[in-house]
Design a binder for this molecule. Structure first.
Ligand SMILES: NC(=O)c1ccc[n+]([C@@H]2O[C@H](COP(=O)([O-])OP(=O)(O)OC[C@H]3O[C@@H](n4cnc5c(N)ncnc54)[C@H](O)[C@@H]3O)[C@@H](O)[C@H]2O)c1
Length: 314
Protein backbone atom coordinates (compact mmCIF):
# COMPACT_ATOMS: atom_id res chain seq x y z
CA UNK A 1 0.00 0.00 0.00
CA UNK A 2 1.16 3.53 -0.83
CA UNK A 3 1.82 5.74 2.19
CA UNK A 4 -0.88 8.31 2.89
CA UNK A 5 -0.63 11.84 1.51
CA UNK A 6 0.71 14.12 4.24
CA UNK A 7 1.80 17.50 2.88
CA UNK A 8 -0.17 19.08 0.09
CA UNK A 9 0.64 22.12 -2.05
CA UNK A 10 -2.45 23.86 -3.42
CA UNK A 11 -1.43 26.27 -6.18
CA UNK A 12 -4.11 28.91 -6.66
CA UNK A 13 -5.29 28.22 -3.11
CA UNK A 14 -6.42 31.83 -2.58
CA UNK A 15 -8.92 31.45 -5.45
CA UNK A 16 -12.46 30.11 -5.68
CA UNK A 17 -11.90 26.35 -6.01
CA UNK A 18 -8.39 26.32 -4.48
CA UNK A 19 -9.50 27.91 -1.20
CA UNK A 20 -12.21 25.26 -0.77
CA UNK A 21 -9.51 22.64 -1.42
CA UNK A 22 -7.24 24.17 1.22
CA UNK A 23 -10.14 24.00 3.72
CA UNK A 24 -10.88 20.38 2.83
CA UNK A 25 -7.31 19.02 2.93
CA UNK A 26 -6.82 20.80 6.26
CA UNK A 27 -10.02 19.22 7.61
CA UNK A 28 -8.62 15.82 6.52
CA UNK A 29 -5.64 16.42 8.80
CA UNK A 30 -3.10 17.19 6.06
CA UNK A 31 -0.41 19.87 6.21
CA UNK A 32 -1.37 22.39 3.57
CA UNK A 33 0.76 24.98 1.78
CA UNK A 34 -0.81 27.48 -0.62
CA UNK A 35 1.16 29.14 -3.44
CA UNK A 36 -0.73 32.01 -5.07
CA UNK A 37 0.29 35.32 -6.62
CA UNK A 38 -3.00 36.98 -5.59
CA UNK A 39 -3.58 38.15 -9.16
CA UNK A 40 -7.25 37.25 -8.74
CA UNK A 41 -7.22 35.40 -5.41
CA UNK A 42 -7.58 36.86 -1.93
CA UNK A 43 -5.24 36.11 0.96
CA UNK A 44 -8.22 36.36 3.34
CA UNK A 45 -9.65 33.18 1.80
CA UNK A 46 -6.65 31.07 2.80
CA UNK A 47 -7.70 29.31 6.00
CA UNK A 48 -5.76 29.72 9.25
CA UNK A 49 -3.45 26.77 9.81
CA UNK A 50 -2.32 26.84 6.17
CA UNK A 51 1.12 28.16 5.23
CA UNK A 52 0.51 30.88 2.65
CA UNK A 53 3.32 31.69 0.20
CA UNK A 54 2.80 34.58 -2.18
CA UNK A 55 4.49 33.78 -5.48
CA UNK A 56 4.02 33.45 -9.21
CA UNK A 57 4.24 29.94 -10.73
CA UNK A 58 6.05 31.50 -13.72
CA UNK A 59 9.05 32.57 -11.62
CA UNK A 60 8.89 31.13 -8.10
CA UNK A 61 11.41 28.52 -6.89
CA UNK A 62 8.77 25.77 -6.70
CA UNK A 63 11.26 22.90 -6.28
CA UNK A 64 12.79 24.72 -3.30
CA UNK A 65 9.34 25.11 -1.75
CA UNK A 66 8.47 21.44 -2.34
CA UNK A 67 11.71 20.32 -0.68
CA UNK A 68 11.48 22.73 2.25
CA UNK A 69 7.86 21.78 2.96
CA UNK A 70 8.28 18.04 2.19
CA UNK A 71 5.37 18.16 -0.26
CA UNK A 72 4.05 14.82 -1.47
CA UNK A 73 1.01 15.96 -3.47
CA UNK A 74 0.53 19.05 -5.65
CA UNK A 75 -3.01 20.09 -6.45
CA UNK A 76 -2.40 22.51 -9.31
CA UNK A 77 -5.16 25.11 -9.62
CA UNK A 78 -3.25 28.37 -10.24
CA UNK A 79 -4.27 29.62 -13.67
CA UNK A 80 -5.43 32.43 -15.86
CA UNK A 81 -9.09 31.33 -16.07
CA UNK A 82 -10.75 33.99 -18.20
CA UNK A 83 -11.60 32.57 -21.64
CA UNK A 84 -12.10 36.04 -23.15
CA UNK A 85 -8.79 37.26 -21.77
CA UNK A 86 -7.12 34.21 -23.35
CA UNK A 87 -8.44 35.38 -26.73
CA UNK A 88 -7.24 38.95 -26.14
CA UNK A 89 -3.83 37.91 -24.80
CA UNK A 90 -3.03 34.30 -25.72
CA UNK A 91 0.67 34.83 -24.95
CA UNK A 92 -0.03 35.72 -21.32
CA UNK A 93 -2.54 32.87 -21.06
CA UNK A 94 0.06 30.39 -22.32
CA UNK A 95 2.77 31.80 -20.05
CA UNK A 96 0.66 31.08 -16.98
CA UNK A 97 -1.30 28.03 -18.10
CA UNK A 98 1.29 26.20 -20.23
CA UNK A 99 4.72 27.36 -19.05
CA UNK A 100 3.55 27.67 -15.44
CA UNK A 101 2.26 24.09 -15.57
CA UNK A 102 5.52 22.83 -17.10
CA UNK A 103 7.39 24.52 -14.23
CA UNK A 104 5.16 22.70 -11.72
CA UNK A 105 5.93 19.33 -13.36
CA UNK A 106 9.67 20.01 -13.55
CA UNK A 107 9.78 21.09 -9.92
CA UNK A 108 7.81 18.00 -8.85
CA UNK A 109 10.32 15.76 -10.66
CA UNK A 110 13.32 17.61 -9.26
CA UNK A 111 12.02 17.54 -5.67
CA UNK A 112 10.62 14.00 -5.82
CA UNK A 113 6.95 14.87 -5.19
CA UNK A 114 4.77 11.85 -5.82
CA UNK A 115 1.68 13.17 -7.54
CA UNK A 116 0.05 16.11 -9.29
CA UNK A 117 -3.70 16.58 -9.51
CA UNK A 118 -4.35 19.08 -12.29
CA UNK A 119 -7.43 21.29 -12.72
CA UNK A 120 -8.27 20.83 -16.37
CA UNK A 121 -11.42 21.77 -18.22
CA UNK A 122 -13.92 19.42 -19.87
CA UNK A 123 -15.98 22.49 -20.77
CA UNK A 124 -13.13 24.01 -22.80
CA UNK A 125 -11.12 21.04 -24.08
CA UNK A 126 -13.73 19.03 -25.97
CA UNK A 127 -14.98 21.99 -28.02
CA UNK A 128 -18.38 21.55 -29.64
CA UNK A 129 -19.15 17.94 -28.73
CA UNK A 130 -19.67 15.38 -31.46
CA UNK A 131 -22.07 13.28 -29.42
CA UNK A 132 -23.61 13.62 -25.98
CA UNK A 133 -22.28 13.50 -23.41
CA UNK A 134 -18.49 13.82 -23.91
CA UNK A 135 -16.53 11.08 -22.18
CA UNK A 136 -12.77 11.13 -21.60
CA UNK A 137 -12.09 9.59 -25.04
CA UNK A 138 -14.01 12.29 -26.88
CA UNK A 139 -11.95 14.18 -29.47
CA UNK A 140 -10.28 17.31 -28.12
CA UNK A 141 -11.07 20.35 -30.26
CA UNK A 142 -10.65 23.39 -28.01
CA UNK A 143 -12.03 26.58 -29.56
CA UNK A 144 -10.24 29.08 -27.27
CA UNK A 145 -6.59 29.69 -26.36
CA UNK A 146 -7.59 28.86 -22.76
CA UNK A 147 -8.81 25.41 -23.87
CA UNK A 148 -5.70 24.86 -25.99
CA UNK A 149 -3.49 25.79 -23.02
CA UNK A 150 -5.35 23.46 -20.63
CA UNK A 151 -4.96 20.60 -23.11
CA UNK A 152 -1.28 21.43 -23.59
CA UNK A 153 -0.88 21.55 -19.80
CA UNK A 154 -2.30 18.03 -19.53
CA UNK A 155 -0.08 16.74 -22.34
CA UNK A 156 3.05 18.25 -20.80
CA UNK A 157 2.22 16.82 -17.38
CA UNK A 158 1.66 13.30 -18.74
CA UNK A 159 4.62 13.59 -21.11
CA UNK A 160 7.07 14.81 -18.46
CA UNK A 161 5.88 12.26 -15.88
CA UNK A 162 6.05 9.37 -18.35
CA UNK A 163 8.52 6.72 -17.22
CA UNK A 164 8.98 8.38 -13.80
CA UNK A 165 7.32 7.60 -10.46
CA UNK A 166 5.36 10.88 -10.66
CA UNK A 167 1.62 10.20 -10.93
CA UNK A 168 -0.57 12.69 -12.78
CA UNK A 169 -4.35 12.94 -12.60
CA UNK A 170 -6.08 15.49 -14.83
CA UNK A 171 -9.57 16.33 -13.61
CA UNK A 172 -11.57 17.80 -16.46
CA UNK A 173 -14.13 20.00 -14.75
CA UNK A 174 -17.50 20.99 -16.13
CA UNK A 175 -18.75 24.48 -15.16
CA UNK A 176 -17.99 24.89 -11.46
CA UNK A 177 -20.19 27.11 -9.28
CA UNK A 178 -20.62 27.75 -5.57
CA UNK A 179 -19.79 30.04 -2.65
CA UNK A 180 -16.75 32.31 -3.27
CA UNK A 181 -17.18 32.25 -7.04
CA UNK A 182 -17.32 35.52 -8.92
CA UNK A 183 -18.31 36.57 -12.42
CA UNK A 184 -15.29 34.98 -14.10
CA UNK A 185 -14.74 31.29 -14.71
CA UNK A 186 -16.80 28.80 -16.64
CA UNK A 187 -19.91 29.25 -14.49
CA UNK A 188 -19.33 32.99 -14.04
CA UNK A 189 -22.83 33.82 -15.27
CA UNK A 190 -24.25 32.46 -12.00
CA UNK A 191 -22.19 34.97 -10.02
CA UNK A 192 -23.12 37.82 -12.36
CA UNK A 193 -26.85 37.06 -12.16
CA UNK A 194 -26.89 36.50 -8.41
CA UNK A 195 -25.20 39.82 -7.69
CA UNK A 196 -27.63 41.66 -9.95
CA UNK A 197 -30.76 39.91 -8.71
CA UNK A 198 -29.86 40.43 -5.05
CA UNK A 199 -29.24 44.13 -5.81
CA UNK A 200 -32.70 44.35 -7.43
CA UNK A 201 -31.30 44.71 -10.95
CA UNK A 202 -32.38 42.97 -14.16
CA UNK A 203 -30.39 40.27 -15.97
CA UNK A 204 -29.67 39.40 -19.58
CA UNK A 205 -29.86 35.97 -21.19
CA UNK A 206 -27.68 36.08 -24.28
CA UNK A 207 -28.88 34.52 -27.53
CA UNK A 208 -31.94 32.25 -27.58
CA UNK A 209 -31.15 30.73 -24.17
CA UNK A 210 -31.04 27.16 -25.47
CA UNK A 211 -27.25 26.95 -25.16
CA UNK A 212 -26.48 24.42 -22.43
CA UNK A 213 -23.82 23.58 -19.87
CA UNK A 214 -23.10 21.03 -17.13
CA UNK A 215 -23.03 22.85 -13.76
CA UNK A 216 -21.20 21.09 -10.92
CA UNK A 217 -21.14 22.29 -7.30
CA UNK A 218 -17.72 23.24 -5.90
CA UNK A 219 -18.16 20.85 -2.95
CA UNK A 220 -18.35 17.93 -5.40
CA UNK A 221 -15.22 19.18 -7.20
CA UNK A 222 -13.46 19.21 -3.83
CA UNK A 223 -14.58 15.61 -3.18
CA UNK A 224 -13.18 14.65 -6.59
CA UNK A 225 -9.78 16.16 -5.72
CA UNK A 226 -9.63 14.49 -2.31
CA UNK A 227 -10.48 11.12 -3.86
CA UNK A 228 -8.00 11.57 -6.74
CA UNK A 229 -5.21 12.38 -4.26
CA UNK A 230 -6.14 9.71 -1.73
CA UNK A 231 -6.73 6.89 -4.22
CA UNK A 232 -3.79 7.97 -6.44
CA UNK A 233 -6.04 7.56 -9.43
CA UNK A 234 -3.89 8.74 -12.37
CA UNK A 235 -5.09 9.50 -15.91
CA UNK A 236 -7.95 11.70 -17.05
CA UNK A 237 -11.31 11.92 -15.28
CA UNK A 238 -14.27 14.15 -16.11
CA UNK A 239 -15.82 15.90 -13.12
CA UNK A 240 -19.35 17.09 -13.78
CA UNK A 241 -22.93 15.95 -13.27
CA UNK A 242 -23.82 14.47 -16.67
CA UNK A 243 -26.91 16.72 -16.66
CA UNK A 244 -27.38 19.34 -19.33
CA UNK A 245 -29.02 22.62 -18.26
CA UNK A 246 -30.06 25.30 -20.72
CA UNK A 247 -29.20 28.90 -19.92
CA UNK A 248 -32.94 29.74 -19.77
CA UNK A 249 -33.58 26.93 -17.24
CA UNK A 250 -30.51 28.02 -15.28
CA UNK A 251 -31.78 31.59 -15.07
CA UNK A 252 -35.10 30.38 -13.63
CA UNK A 253 -33.29 28.30 -11.00
CA UNK A 254 -30.95 31.17 -10.11
CA UNK A 255 -33.87 33.61 -9.78
CA UNK A 256 -35.74 31.11 -7.56
CA UNK A 257 -32.62 30.63 -5.39
CA UNK A 258 -32.48 34.42 -4.98
CA UNK A 259 -36.22 34.61 -4.21
CA UNK A 260 -36.87 36.79 -7.27
CA UNK A 261 -39.51 36.24 -9.95
CA UNK A 262 -38.28 38.81 -12.47
CA UNK A 263 -37.93 37.56 -16.09
CA UNK A 264 -34.60 38.07 -17.84
CA UNK A 265 -34.24 40.37 -20.85
CA UNK A 266 -32.77 38.97 -24.06
CA UNK A 267 -29.24 40.01 -25.04
CA UNK A 268 -27.38 39.41 -28.30
CA UNK A 269 -25.85 35.99 -28.96
CA UNK A 270 -22.18 35.85 -28.02
CA UNK A 271 -20.10 35.34 -31.18
CA UNK A 272 -18.25 32.03 -31.22
CA UNK A 273 -19.99 30.76 -28.07
CA UNK A 274 -20.10 26.98 -27.71
CA UNK A 275 -23.68 25.75 -28.14
CA UNK A 276 -23.79 22.70 -25.89
CA UNK A 277 -21.55 21.11 -23.30
CA UNK A 278 -22.19 18.17 -20.99
CA UNK A 279 -19.77 15.61 -19.62
CA UNK A 280 -20.13 11.85 -19.34
CA UNK A 281 -19.29 11.20 -15.69
CA UNK A 282 -19.35 7.38 -15.62
CA UNK A 283 -15.62 7.21 -14.88
CA UNK A 284 -15.83 9.68 -11.97
CA UNK A 285 -18.33 7.34 -10.28
CA UNK A 286 -16.05 4.33 -10.48
CA UNK A 287 -12.58 5.89 -10.26
CA UNK A 288 -13.39 8.61 -7.72
CA UNK A 289 -16.52 7.20 -6.07
CA UNK A 290 -18.21 10.48 -6.95
CA UNK A 291 -21.92 9.79 -6.46
CA UNK A 292 -24.74 11.64 -4.65
CA UNK A 293 -23.86 14.95 -6.24
CA UNK A 294 -25.41 18.14 -4.91
CA UNK A 295 -28.55 18.84 -7.01
CA UNK A 296 -28.45 22.13 -8.92
CA UNK A 297 -31.33 23.86 -7.01
CA UNK A 298 -29.68 22.94 -3.68
CA UNK A 299 -26.22 24.11 -4.80
CA UNK A 300 -27.68 27.35 -6.15
CA UNK A 301 -29.51 28.06 -2.92
CA UNK A 302 -26.24 27.57 -0.97
CA UNK A 303 -24.49 29.88 -3.43
CA UNK A 304 -27.22 32.54 -3.16
CA UNK A 305 -26.96 32.37 0.65
CA UNK A 306 -23.25 33.09 0.36
CA UNK A 307 -23.81 36.02 -2.05
CA UNK A 308 -26.46 37.43 0.33
CA UNK A 309 -24.08 37.22 3.25
CA UNK A 310 -21.17 38.65 1.22
CA UNK A 311 -23.30 41.65 0.13
CA UNK A 312 -24.39 42.31 3.72
CA UNK A 313 -20.69 42.32 4.75
CA UNK A 314 -19.67 44.69 1.93
N1 LIG B 1 -14.33 27.71 -12.32
C1 LIG B 1 -14.57 26.82 -13.27
O1 LIG B 1 -15.71 26.63 -13.73
C2 LIG B 1 -13.43 25.95 -13.80
C3 LIG B 1 -13.73 25.01 -14.80
C4 LIG B 1 -12.68 24.24 -15.32
C5 LIG B 1 -11.40 24.36 -14.81
N2 LIG B 1 -11.15 25.29 -13.85
C6 LIG B 1 -9.78 25.42 -13.37
O2 LIG B 1 -9.77 25.34 -11.96
C7 LIG B 1 -8.71 26.13 -11.44
C8 LIG B 1 -9.21 27.09 -10.38
O3 LIG B 1 -10.17 27.96 -10.98
P1 LIG B 1 -11.01 29.02 -10.14
O4 LIG B 1 -12.35 29.11 -10.78
O5 LIG B 1 -10.91 28.72 -8.70
O6 LIG B 1 -10.22 30.37 -10.51
P2 LIG B 1 -9.63 31.54 -9.60
O7 LIG B 1 -9.18 32.63 -10.53
O8 LIG B 1 -10.57 31.89 -8.51
O9 LIG B 1 -8.35 30.84 -8.96
C9 LIG B 1 -7.09 30.82 -9.59
C10 LIG B 1 -6.06 31.25 -8.56
O10 LIG B 1 -4.78 31.18 -9.18
C11 LIG B 1 -4.04 32.34 -8.81
N3 LIG B 1 -3.05 32.58 -9.88
C12 LIG B 1 -3.30 33.03 -11.13
N4 LIG B 1 -2.14 33.14 -11.82
C13 LIG B 1 -1.15 32.73 -10.98
C14 LIG B 1 0.26 32.64 -11.10
N5 LIG B 1 0.89 32.98 -12.24
N6 LIG B 1 0.98 32.18 -10.04
C15 LIG B 1 0.35 31.86 -8.87
N7 LIG B 1 -0.99 31.95 -8.70
C16 LIG B 1 -1.73 32.39 -9.74
C17 LIG B 1 -5.05 33.45 -8.67
O11 LIG B 1 -4.60 34.52 -7.83
C18 LIG B 1 -6.24 32.71 -8.07
O12 LIG B 1 -6.22 32.74 -6.66
C19 LIG B 1 -8.06 26.83 -12.65
O13 LIG B 1 -6.94 26.06 -13.06
C20 LIG B 1 -9.14 26.76 -13.70
O14 LIG B 1 -8.62 26.79 -15.02
C21 LIG B 1 -12.12 26.09 -13.33
Amino acid sequence: MMPETRSVLVTGGAGFIGSHLADAFLAEGKRVVVLDDLSTGQASRVPGGVRFVEGDIRTFDIAGLLRAEKIDTIVHHAAQIDVRKSVEDPVFDAEVNVLGTIRIAKAALEAGARQIVFASSGGAIYGDPEGFAADERHATNPVSPYGVAKLAGEKYLFGLAHGTPLLVTALRYANVYGPRQDGRGEAGVIGIWMKKLLAGEGCLVNGDGTQSRDFVFVGDVVRANLAAAQRRVGGIVNVGTGAETSVTALYELVAAACGVSKAAARGPAMPGEQKRSVLDVTKSRTALGLTDLVPLPEGLSRTAAWFREASSRA
